[in-house]
Design a binder for this molecule. Sequence first.
Ligand code: AGP
Length: 598
Amino acid sequence: MCGIIGYIGSKMAAPLLLEGLQALEYRGYDSAGAALLQSGRLDIVRRAGRVENLKTPLNELAQGACVGIAHTRWATHGAPTEHNAHPHRSADARWAVVHNGIIENADALRDRLVADGVAFASETDTEVIPQLLARAEGAPLEALRQTLAQLAGSWALGILCAHAPDALFAACQSSPLLIGAAQDGMYLASDAAAFGDDVFALYRLNDGEMAVLRADSVAFYDSEGAPVRKEAAPFSRRAHGSDKGMYTHYMRKEIDEQPDAVRRTLAQFFSDAGALRLPALLPSSPRRVFLIACGSAYHACVTAKYVIEELAAVPCEAWVASEFRYAMPLIGKGDVAVFVSQSGETADTLAALRLATVHGAHTVGIVNVPDSAIARACALVLPTLAGAEIAVATTKAYSAQLAVLYALAAHWAQAGGQECTDFLDELRRLPEKISAALTSEARAKAVAQEIHKEEHAYFIGRGVDYATALEGSLKLKEISYLHSEAYPAGELKHGTISLIAPGTPVIALACTARLLPKTAANIREVTARGARVFALTGAGADQNTLDAEQIIAVPTAHPLLMPSLSVIPLQLLAYHVAALRGCDIDKPKNLAKSVTVE
Ligand code: AGP
């Protein structure tokens, strides 16, 4: 997803902009650019491809510029080319703009501007912004206010004006934007990961607000242009960021961080005496629970549906957020809507949250970024304490999401008088069990050797194993580009089994003991057609029982907690297949860490 970095101060801007863009690369992009303001002139450099391509031309341009904005673009309107890359400039070269988000009424605005004789240089929605700024009246801040009043959609903006050489302008609406204060200047960024080590305080811009950054100060204004007072929060780059240490990839490091991430997350919900303790604000007897998210976070919701219904006997629905927001959901007062999100900025999940709020549901956020938009919009937040997750493919945040959802299930089970002592005992021991599951790496690597040259793979499972199969399939395809599909094990024979041919790899999850005979039968349906089956299972089942070519043993735990253990070898399998295929594991093509557009 797009990234923004800006700087105004006493230091040379170009190196700081490049460092900021490199820190934002993990979010996913396909072009990059920067604008420098020096001696009343706006100079712009843009390149398709990697940030590295900007380095030489930007440094050649930089001379002494101390004011600049830069951007990594994940294409939504217009191909990922140099001329569509940001910053975009007004026809009179007075304004330069970088933008995250989507201007939903861009076509109508462009038509009106073209009819007035404005020549556009790109196919982007963003370019309407500098063109409107150039036609607005009054001082730069007033011109910005007038321009924003004409826009519909979402935006995080960094703006330079040749007529205001000592200022950097910013504005946001439904897309995150932060201001960082440092000793030698002020930073603007869409993600704190882009801030330099010298940033010591952080301001978050709220929807509808504007800001004017100067070398030693920042002023905030509401959508009418009235001043707004804001308190800064302390910030430390070291506490926020992370580095790879001895690991080759952030993803491999974050896989290993899962026991601690789950331990920290669970510790919030148990008293010193070991009793389960969730916030009093949490409704204890919801009429129905709606679990809403995207991608891997949605797979955590699918898992939680099985767990909550079986443990607490509370009706649950798991929804993909982009479906929920345009459906006519029967949600209302007395229902609890749970929104799961690592970034807390996913546009579809945020929109679904706003819809559920309007319908009167009690909203709960399970979020990894505490002051994110989703966290701030929920009535209650149950944080995942996974720490900054840099790899685009989520692992530790996913495991922490499962941990919070298990605690929720137990809370509602206890409130409803359901027995869940065994579940809670095993939940307290989950971090150790996850550590044990990490020892399956050699087996996962052996399976990766067997399948990495394949074009297709299938994941099957029943109950919570099916939910984990969804996540294992996504992990494999999103980082190794090996196509895969996940199916309920009993469903494959209703069509897709026609794709099973001799040698087709099938990853079978058989970690739910009571369903083992059924899953074993489904495995035979595919081996009978020549499939190569690689089975994950707990103690007790072996290659003969499961007719599998290879077995990946998974530590055993309460059946409803097995997803946290069986997902580990699937993460490692995806990682090693991607490594064998020479893929960019931390920054897979076309993907973004936080999808802030719908
Ligand atoms: C997970 O590996 C993916 N990167 C993606 O599916 C992600 O889970 C999804 O985009 C939701 O993101 P969020 O958790 O930040 O809302």
